[in-house]
Design a binder for this molecule. Structure first.
Ligand code: TRP
Length: 335
């Protein structure tokens, strides 16, 4: 039996936070060690380019995100770990797929529609500030997936529509040129926690309520102390359900530790003490990775070499497929 191919892209934008770690990075790295599957993880720098037009920022972010995944223990001997832009075949496939994609399908993409709506609300022209990268984003994502004939694509809820579009585009291509692509399936982890941020809403860069993943101990402590609580005094029982401190605790703790904290809440643990314990728990899980991360940042050549090795592995899949596709669509040598 051949292994299930799991593929997902990581957009190098901004600094990863605890929500990314709990919701995406930790489960992906855990899944990548399962023997019945083969994981493809890549830095989606072409996707980042759609928003980020600052060359230094894009470059730095790519370095940081690569260092993050490596520091957290991604095993690049098992996993195909590469940078999207190193695989020229992906850009080529994007065009082949673009020519099979209905414009009407792209009109329906949530991210694009949201941008149009926001322009209309602001009384702007509906196309204001929208580039073709944003518009065609789902086609690039489709190429990422189909290039490696992925079986499963783990993503957040906001990306489900893009996987449906990928299936749609793959079907059209198959219908016209023959069965070249598997239809990918979306995988949304139901059990994985969506972490709450400092203000109790979902932890998200756009709410400015995050706890970055690799802070110094001092900064981590400071951030955890900023988590919103209520005015209950020490000794007064506290509600676990509505507490962000408890929610983050649960995401890092064992079952036994969670039960202990539940008990402590019932017995009226002081917020200061609960936060102190939370700091220790989170810091324990991250401190070694933090050290590796800081080390890796001083050795970009080492990271680059790892990415180049990954690209070589990835191209071993991409090159033959693109050759086959070129032939199928009639782009061939004349003699
Ligand atoms: N668009 C995805 C996100 O923002 C990242 C991504 C790019 C991706 N290409 C992909 C995810 C292919 C899965 C498969 O999260």
């Amino acid at each position: 039996m051949s292994k299930q191919r799991i593929l997902t892209g990581i957009t190098p934008s901004g600094t990863p936070h605890l929500g990314n770690y709990i919701g995406a990075i930790r489960p992906a790295i855990a899944a990548s060690s399962e023997i019945n599957s083969q994981s493809f993880f890549f830095l989606a720098d072409y996707h980042a380019l759609i928003k980020n037009k600052d060359p230094e920022l894009l470059h730095q972010s790519t370095l940081e995100i690569a260092a993050t995944w490596l520091a957290l223990g991604l095993d690049t001997d098992r996993v195909v770990f590469y940078r999207q832009s190193d695989i020229a075949e992906i850009a080529e496939l994007t065009w082949l797929l673009t020519c099979q994609t209905a414009k009407g399908l792209m009109n329906r993409a949530h991210a694009y529609k949201a941008a149009v709506d926001s322009n209309r609300n602001d009384g702007e022209d509906s196309d204001f500030g929208i580039n073709m990268g944003l518009y065609s984003y789902p086609i690039l994502m489709t190429a990422d997936i189909l290039m490696f004939n992925a079986d499963k694509v783990p993503v957040g809820r906001d990306q489900i529509q893009h996987i449906e579009m990928a299936r749609d585009i793959a079907q059209r291509f198959n219908h016209h040129y023959g069965e070249h692509f598997k239809l990918p399936e979306v995988q949304v982890e139901e059990q994985v926690a969506v972490l709450q941020g400092l203000d109790g809403r979902k932890m998200s860069k756009s709410y400015n309520n995050t706890i970055p993943l690799f802070l110094t101990e001092k900064q981590l402590k400071k951030h955890i102390n900023k988590i919103k609580t209520n005015l209950l005094e020490p000794g007064e029982p506290k509600d676990t359900e509505t507490s962000t401190v408890f929610q983050i605790w649960q995401a890092f703790a064992s079952e036994a530790q969670t039960a202990q904290m539940r008990q402590a809440f019932a017995e009226g643990i002081a917020w200061g003490e609960a936060k102190h314990q939370l700091f220790q728990l989170v810091n324990n899980e991250l401190s070694q990775a933090r050290e590796r991360y800081n080390e890796l940042l001083t050795e970009p050549a080492k990271i680059e070499m790892t990415l180049q090795k990954g690209a070589e592995k990835a191209r071993a899949y991409a090159a033959p497929l693109i050759a086959k596709l070129r032939n199928a669509i009639g782009i061939r040598k004349l003699s």
